[in-house]
Design a protein around this ligand. Sequence first.
Ligand SMILES: Nc1ncnc2c1ncn2[C@@H]1O[C@H](COP(=O)(O)OP(=O)(O)OP(=O)(O)O)[C@@H](O)[C@H]1O
Ligand SMILES: [Mg+2]
Length: 307
Amino acid sequence: MALAVDGIIKLRNEISSQRLIGIRTLEVDKIRGSDFISGLHFLRIGSEGIVVFPHKIEEQSMAEHKKNQLSSNIEALDDLLGGGIERGTTTLITGPSGVGKSLLATQFLVSTASSGSSVSIYTFEEPAFSMIERCRSVRMHVDPLIDSGRLQILHINPLEYHPDEFLHIVRKDVEERGIEAIVIDSMRGYQLAMEQFGNIVGHTQNLINYLHGKGVTCFLVNELEQVTGDLKISEIGISYLVDNAILLRYAESGGRIIRVIGCLKKRLGKFQQELRELSITDEGLKVGGMLKGFQGLLTGVPQRMDV
Ligand SMILES: Nc1ncnc2c1ncn2[C@@H]1O[C@H](COP(=O)(O)OP(=O)(O)OP(=O)(O)O)[C@@H](O)[C@H]1O
Ligand SMILES: [Mg+2]
């Protein structure tokens, strides 16, 4: 039979083991005289008809770097980062719950959108309105940027999307809307969306390869379970994929909880190897000077040193 036909396309409808949802896939076994992408491709049947999301392996290339950096619009933070974040690189913003990861990532995108670029935040956890409300409460001016279409905040339900379908959304935003920077908030939500369909590191690598190739700057928000104790950049094994890593931590100082920010790595540029205080106020995010006179800040329980 297989010899007699010019093409074989297999359609499957399987129930996923963990979520008990139906997953339709398409697999091309043979197309005579033509190349095709092997493997399983996710397929959705909806009001738009049949849509196939090819599992395309992106090439590992890096778009030629535009020399400029993306500023956070907070002077002391840009200074800590050696001027800002290089365009086209991927940055992990990592820290425990409530420490300010989403606000910091949004700060970078708001600053980029304010200088005329189009940007997108994909939120896997909280709905867009709650993010917008928080931005308003710290006087981050997101409304005019959203109204002008330069800032898009898209809530993605992780239980609904397939990784290649999500990548399809990102590709469309980059290629049709000219998006120059994105935030994925957070990797835990992204992981929830991915875990049914293979390995999170593989999907993240494919996404980063695509963004690198297009010169799109990416911020990945990563939540750490641990509030204090031994330092880990990421608990899901993606730290080696990123170009830059910014760490946020809580620390105790004289009975007060403070937030600490530091840059752990930057592949393409210099940065200040010091820790600074981050404050979230009604007036916005503020970064102070180097925290002096402490030891063990990264453990969350620092000791005062005599200076
Ligand atoms: N107007 C404000 N003034 C002071 N602090 C604020 C204000 N608005 C929000 N915050 C603080 O910002 C923090 C939330 O910031 P953000 O949502 O960026 O944190 P996160 O690390 O992303 O948290 P999560 O892990 O829950 O996603 C809260 O802990 C809150 O205390
Ligand atoms: Mg958050």
